[in-house]
Design a protein around this ligand. Structure first.
Ligand code: GTP
Ligand code: MG
Length: 170
C-alpha cells in the first residue's frame, strides 16, 4: 500500500546563501528579492508524493548568522535529511558549507540523507564555485549535489523530491 512518512529536514548554510528562499519557493512557489535574514529558525511543512509513499517534510529553516550557530544542533538532531546550501557566486559560502558537512558527520544522525545545494545558479556571470568541484566534494563526502535557483525555481522541487526518494522506507 501507499506509505506515509514524516521526515524532519533541516537547512543549514551561510548567511544569504538562500535557505529561506529555497523553502519559500518549495512551499509557496514564491520568490522575493529582499528576503529578510532569518532570526533563530523558521518552521514549514510540505507534503510530496513519490512513487510508493507520501512524504511529509517538517522543515527547519535555520539562521545562517554566526550568533545562532549554537542553536543548530536542536534543529539537526534527529533530522532524517539535511540540505546544506551555498551560493555559487560566493566562495566563502562554499567553505562554510563544508564546515556544516563536517559538523553533521561528527554530530548528526549517521543515516541522515544529505544534499548539497549550490544555490543562485541563475547568477552565471558571478560564478565563483564550479559545479565540478562541488560535485567532487559531494561525492567524496557522501552527499548528493544539485545546483538550484530559488529565483528561477530550477531544481528546487527536484532536490526535495530526490531526498524523498532516498529516505529509508520503514
Ligand atoms: P539567512 O537567513 O540570513 O541565513 O539567509 P538565507 O540563507 O535564508 O538567505 P535568503 O533566502 O534570505 O536569501 C538571501 C538573498 O539572496 C535574498 O535577497 C534573496 O532574494 C537572494 N536569493 C536567494 N536565492 C536566490 C537565487 O536563487 N538567485 C538569486 N539571484 N538570488 C537569490
Ligand atoms: Mg533565512
Amino acid at each position: 500500500g501507499n506509505k506515509s512518512i514524516n521526515a524532519k529536514l533541516v537547512l543549514l548554510g551561510d548567511v544569504g546563501a538562500g535557505k529561506s528562499s529555497l523553502v519559500l519557493r518549495f512551499v509557496k512557489g514564491q520568490f522575493v528579492e529582499f528576503q529578510e535574514s532569518t532570526i533563530g529558525a523558521a518552521f514549514f511543512s510540505q507534503t510530496l508524493a513519490v512513487n510508493d509513499a507520501t512524504v511529509k517534510f517538517e522543515i527547519w529553516d535555520t539562521a545562517g548568522q554566526e550568533r545562532y550557530h549554537s542553536l543548530a544542533p536542536m534543529y539537526y538532531r534527529g533530522a532524517a535529511a539535511a540540505i546544506i546550501v551555498y551560493d555559487i557566486s560566493n566562495q566563502a559560502s562554499f567553505e562554510r558549507a563544508k564546515k556544516w558537512v563536517q559538523e553533521l558527520q561528527a554530530q548528526g544522525n549517521p543515516n541522515m540523507v544529505m544534499a548539497l545545494a549550490g544555490n543562485k545558479a541563475d547568477l552565471v556571470d558571478a560564478r565563483k564555485v564550479t559545479a565540478e568541484e562541488a560535485q567532487v566534494y559531494a561525492q567524496e563526502n557522501g552527499l548528493f549535489f544539485m545546483e538550484t535557483s530559488a529565483k528561477t525555481a530550477a531544481n528546487v522541487n527536484d532536490i526535495f523530491f530526490e531526498i524523498a526518494k532516498r529516505l529509508p522506507r520503514v
